[in-house]
Design a protein. Structure first.
Length: 344
């Protein structure tokens, strides 16, 4: 009997068959699996009495620098689903849902970036405890900067994807107008008004339209993405949390000015920017570069979330940058494919 015939005649247990199918899916088509199976091993951790959802993807190279991913406003671990496999080939990758978002508790508290900085610090002390590369998108990148400023010993490198600065608005408003604007915002952030608005905004059709403002490429706005963004809004307490988050973001103390932190950072810094971002003016990357000339900037034809909109390009940039950080690639890095972006 031939080997092939013997193999065909052998009965395979359901468990073995399941493992084979999983392996085939992972190696052939990365998007054929549900997103929850593409973001590592999800777990829950209790922090100060609140449930925090996190995940990890173990690398076959245990000595490589670990990576910690932080999502943006309204997003979660699932927003990194296209990045885990590429980064996880050479680095152990961690990610967590910030308190108030994703699978983490919807706490009815006052929110600011310092709260999330403390969360990330305690998570690192509990699970990682070695110099780590932080990567964040939008508010997640702002939290990464805060962590790097407060705890530089834990940060080996910092990747910021479309980094905002909430202090800019305060600086642009005349002093006499600031209390007027705050009074109006306090009126509109009242739970009596914001909760009905939240119930409207969490509808998948509305979420899809909001995503259209953040994404430059409409093809990237898939049903899977809409599910990732809209599902956490159905959790118990999500409306109250949304109101608290909205009030927090309207406060002048929500986040320290980037100008008070970024110029003092000495670790390797990479800023990835979607030049078609409708939420943060592209000119802002020039302002950030002036704050710290050591920042390496890569501009891409994308919107507010390049890591999800053009993940193949971003993964290439990240893997090359990490290799240089590890000393495995000479500087400068390999050029990007023509037309994909520009480096500074």
């Amino acid at each position: 009997m031939s080997l092939q015939a013997a193999q065909e005649g052998t009965k395979v247990s359901p468990k073995v068959q399941e493992l084979r199918e999983l392996k085939d899916a992972l190696t052939s088509e990365p998007h054929s699996l549900p997103w929850r199976q593409r973001v590592g091993n999800q777990r829950d951790w209790v922090w100060r009495g609140w449930r925090i959802r996190y995940t990890y993807w173990r690398s076959p190279l245990p000595k490589a620098t670990p990576v910690l991913l932080l999502h943006g406003f309204g997003a979660s671990i699932g927003h990194w689903r296209h990045n885990f496999a590429a980064l996880g080939e050479s680095h152990t990758v961690y990610a967590l849902d910030l308190l108030g978002f994703g699978g983490s508790a919807k706490a009815a508290i006052s929110y600011d970036t310092n709260l999330w900085v403390e969360l990330v610090w305690d998570f690192w002390l509990t699970f990682i405890r070695q110099p780590t590369v932080l990567m964040g998108n939008s508010i997640g990148s702002l939290v990464c900067v805060g962590v790097a400023g407060a705890h530089p010993e834990m940060v080996k490198g910092l990747v910021m994807i479309n980094l905002p600065d909430f202090s800019v608005r305060e600086e642009m408003l005349p002093p006499w107008l600031q209390p007027v604007v705050r009074s109006i915002e306090n009126l509109f952030t009242s739970p009596l008004l914001i909760k009905p608005l939240f119930y409207l905004l969490r509808r998948p059709a509305v979420v899809k339209k909001w995503a259209g403002m953040a994404y430059y490429n409409p093809a990237a706005i898939t049903e899977e993405l809409v599910e990732i963004l809209s599902s956490p809004a159905l959790d118990h307490g999500s409306a109250t949390t949304f109101a608290a988050l909205f009030r927090g973001m309207s406060s002048p103390s929500f986040a320290p000015p980037l100008g008070s932190i970024l110029p003092h950072l000495t670790m390797p810094l990479l800023l990835i920017w979607g030049r078609h971002d409708r939420m943060i003016p592209p000119i802002w990357q020039t302002v950030l570069s002036a704050m710290n000339p050591a920042v390496e900037i890569v501009a891409l034809d994308a919107g507010h979330c390049p890591h999800d909109e053009c993940p193949e390009v971003v993964n290439l940039i990240l893997c090359q940058w990490l290799s240089r950080l590890q000393g495995n690639l000479p500087s400068p890095p390999t050029p990007l494919p023509e037309g994909e972006g520009s480096r500074k």
